[in-house]
Every structure is written in C-alpha cells, then in structure tokens.
Design a protein around this ligand. Sequence first.
Ligand code: FES
Ligand code: FE2
Length: 286
Amino acid sequence: MTLITYIIDLIRRSLISFSNQPCHVATYTRELPISIERMYENAIDGEHLPHLHRSSFSELNIIDSGKWGWRAKGHLTPKSFMNKMELELKLDREKHRWITRTLSGLGKGSEIWTHAIPLDDHKIKVIVDFYVPKLPKFLKNMYETEYIKTYAKLYDEDLWMMATRQHELDRLKNRKAPENTETLNTTRINLGGETDIEHALPLEFTLQGHPYRLIKLDNEWVAHSSTCPHMLGPLQNSDVKDGKVECPWHGYVFDVKTRECTTGQKCKLAPAPKIMIDQGNIIASF
Ligand code: FES
Ligand SMILES: [Fe+2]
C-alpha cells in the first residue's frame, strides 16, 4: 500500500455524501474443489489472516469471535499507521453468505459480500461483491483492480489450507479402516543407513499412518509429528529454529523435543517415535 492509496482513501472517507448506497466496485467469482463446511470454517477463522495471509495482513488481534464470525483490529502489510483498520465478519449459514465490513480505518464503510453456493459435496462456487461508499467514479477501476488481485491471492492461499486440511481429515478417517490394521500395528521402521540419511535430511516418513519428520538437532536424531495439533496444519516444510517449529496456518509454535506449544495455546504435538541406531541403520520405533 502506498501513501497515495492512503491519501485517496482518506479523501474518500472525508467526502460528504447524501446517499447511503455504497458503490458496487467489482465481483470476483471462483469455483473451489472443497466442501461448504471447509469454506465456512475458513470464513469464521479470523486467526489465520496474519499467518496464512501474512503478505496481506501484518497483524490482526481478535476482539470477539464465535460461530457467528469475528471482529478484529489490525494492519495490512507492511504495518503502518496508514493501514490500521477494524474489521468484522458475520456469517449467515441459512443464506449461504458472509459479510465483511471495515468498521474503521483504511477502507472504512466498505463491505464485501460473499455468497458460497455448494455445487456438490466437494465443490463450491464463491461470488464475492465489493462495495465502497462515497467512491468517485474515476477511482472505480483502481479499486476494482486492487480488490480482484488481492482476492485471487487470498483464495489461492485459502484453497491450499482448506484442501490440505480436508486431505488430513480424510487420512485420519481412513487410518482406522479395518484394511489398515496392519499399518496401525507396525511399531518399528528402518529409515535407512545413517550416512545416507544424513544427506537426505530433513526426512519425512510415516509410521502407524501418521506423518513424521526426522531432523538432527544439536547432533542428536529427533523425530517430530509433522501435523499441527490445532487444525492439522502441515509442519514438514517449516524451518526448525532453536528447536522450535512454527505452523504456517495460525502461527502456533512447538518445541520439537518436549512437544509443548510455546506460544501458549492449549495443544501439544502428537508423540513421536524414538530414534535409535542399530548396526548403522536409523530405526524409528514406539
Ligand atoms: S493449524 Fe492452526 S496453528 Fe497449526
Ligand atoms: Fe483466508
């Protein structure tokens, strides 16, 4: 966001208007290969904005939240006094829609109406309409371009999260199926020769149907669960810094050895298998 955008929006907010009708600026539509449940879950989850969408939101502090939606104060990226704002999202499941309003700050008065139409169990169509009050006609194109570009990116990021979460939920469901009993009963796996593995780190592996990652920490072999206990976010591509790993979806941080959540949330990494060396091979076992 530039100083010019800030000044333009400040002038718009200061204009006197005798109409309460916000101007319809643009419509963004997209089909998404996910269920309506995943979409609603994503909409009322304000906590993910400054983490999953960190290139758009630098900070967002939730003031209130529930099944109805959320209200929050925050900033766009990069954080500045110019892009401070208060947002509110209200979900109406019966009408298959949610409305995001900017209550104060940059974009004050704007409303984003999203309708989500289920096409089948794992396919929906979203129609997003953007409204801005007191918008001079000559600025419409500029706002339209900005909204469409921003929302295409936000939905790319959301789709990754929703599809990955669905995949993980399906994995957990299938893990307990009778045909997977043998997998569940396997308590030990040979990951390979120590020298070869050393060159292949970090190494992802599965034991008892659960994904883990093998790393070396202070010269010690350590395995940790690569699924976040909060909402099943993927940890396998997150760097380990000072023995801690951060989930890309909501920013919870976990100590890979103690499994504790060091950002204060009440959740813990799933237990990981012990790692030992047996005749030059790395063995993971419970
Ligand atoms: S899924 Fe929310 S912090 Fe990991
Ligand atoms: Fe999102």
